[in-house]
Design a binder for this molecule. Structure first.
Ligand code: AMP
Ligand code: MG
Length: 406
């Protein structure tokens, strides 16, 4: 009697990610106006174009003066408002009214807040304490100096980075081009929501879900009409999809007679890099390349589609735009209950999360099958239960990937 063939060892999540990474190269750069730069990735290091602040300015509404003349009574001889500097000279026993952000006159070296003087609003004020030189003065260049590094290559531009670029005088930013991504759903059973369902048909969940998921990645999105389970329909749809930087298909990558994505892809010249990962859900994930196009064949069950998108597709899309690492943004959290491990595959279970940061405690949802997208809609994130025997006890620290990104 011959021993049965042991099934080929499945690729680990990390090895699969490394293979995807080996085929990702950053897209070309383009200049992007600030108002369109939100969420984009910088393609170069940036330096400040001006000193920030560009001049010594007041940190408070108050009186600008010479510290050496305090304490004492000072004559009010003018005003420096934001955008309207005081042009005169300033004697030791003189002061001017100054507002926050206004130019400190060259002879002044300190500001007293308006609430700390007697006689505010009149022609003369009294400062009763010694004012230290530099009080409430923002030195020129105290935020950044012209020519100093402002933002690094690979930074994703959020509100603070865009604010900093504008403040530092940069009106356009060199950013990576957005990846253009085709979404292609396969399956003769699929109907668009709003259409009538005949016996055996279901609504296409993955098309709208992938469209939404892609919005968090900065991709430009192209929906290809869904392909029925025939080679002709697959060929026509895949040909169109392959014109993009990235193809994401759903369905048709398992072992069934109607699973055609890999076969038709191969006929069209897609070179398969891997098929199947030690992952649950999501084992039949296929990844290939066609020229510079990345082709992700996601399994059709909606939870599998979502998990594979989060673990592989989203990191790849960010890396195409120059993100420094191709890894999901794992955090860590603790299991609130014991969880059985799967012997062969890492399990990405759907969990509710309670508490904050390192104190986050995860509760697995009831209903962990790969078709259960409605239950998954109640999840806060995915917890990684590494393959192995027995169970992970309650309180175990696990990798945790929050699902809500907007
Ligand atoms: P497949 O990978 O094509 O064998 O599909 C696996 C399961 O996922 C089947 O039950 C399909 O009906 C279902 N499925 C495939 N594509 C979608 C989709 N776009 N939306 C919802 N369910 C789908
Ligand atoms: Mg199918």
């Amino acid at each position: 009697m011959t021993a049965p063939h042991s099934p080929p060892k499945l690729l680990s999540i990390d090895d699969a990610l490394a293979l995807v990474g080996a085929h990702v190269s950053a897209l070309p750069a383009e200049e992007v106006a600030l108002e369109h730069a939100y969420g984009r990735f910088l393609a170069q290091h940036l330096r400040a174009a001006v000193d920030l602040p560009p001049f010594a300015s007041s940190a408070m509404d108050g009186y600008a003066l010479r510290a050496a003349g305090t304490p004492g009574r000072l004559a009010v001889v003018g005003e420096s408002a934001a955008g309207s500097p005081y042009r005169g000279a300033l004697g030791e026993r003189e002061t001017i009214v100054i507002s926050t952000g206004a130019v400190i006159p060259p002879q002044a070296d300190a500001v007293v807040p308006v609430e700390d003087v007697l006689g505010a609003g009149g022609d003369e004020i009294e400062v009763s304490e010694v004012v230290p030189p530099g009080a409430f003065v923002r030195d020129r260049g105290s935020d950044i100096r012209r020519g100093d590094p402002l933002l690094r290559t690979g930074t994703r531009l959020g509100p603070a980075q865009i604010g900093a670029a504008a403040a530092a005088g940069l009106g356009t930013l060199p950013c990576r081009r957005r990846p253009s991504v085709a979404i292609l759903t396969t399956g003769s059973e699929l109907r668009r929501v709003g259409e009538r369902l005949e016996e055996g048909e279901i609504f296409d969940a993955n098309g709208p879900m992938l469209d939404a998921a892609l919005r968090t990645t900065g991709a430009t999105i192209r929906r290809i009409p869904g392909a029925a389970d025939t080679p002709e329909a697959h060929r026509a749809a895949l040909e169109r999809a392959l014109e993009h930087d990235v193809v994401i298909s759903s369905g048709g990558v398992s072992m069934g007679a109607h699973d055609l994505v890999r076969r038709v892809g191969s006929e069209l010249g897609v070179h398969e890099v891997f098929w199947r990962v030690a992952l649950r859900p999501g084992k039949p994930l296929a990844f290939g390349v066609h020229g510079s196009t990345l082709v992700f064949g996601l399994p059709g069950n909606p939870v599998s589609t979502l998990v594979c998108f989060e673990l592989f597709v989203a990191p790849a899309l960010l890396a195409l735009q120059g993100a420094p690492s191709l890894r999901p943004q794992w955090g860590s959290a603790r299991l609130g209950t014991a969880v059985a491990r799967n012997a062969q595959r890492d399990d990405l279970i759907r969990v509710r999360a309670a508490g904050e940061g390192a104190e986050t405690v995860l509760a697995p949802l009831h209903g962990q099958q790969s078709h259960q997208i409605a239950i998954t809609a109640q999840a806060d994130g995915l917890a990684l239960i590494p393959a192995g025997t027995g169970e992970l006890p309650s309180g175990s620290e696990v990798s945790y990937l929050p699902l809500h990104r907007f």
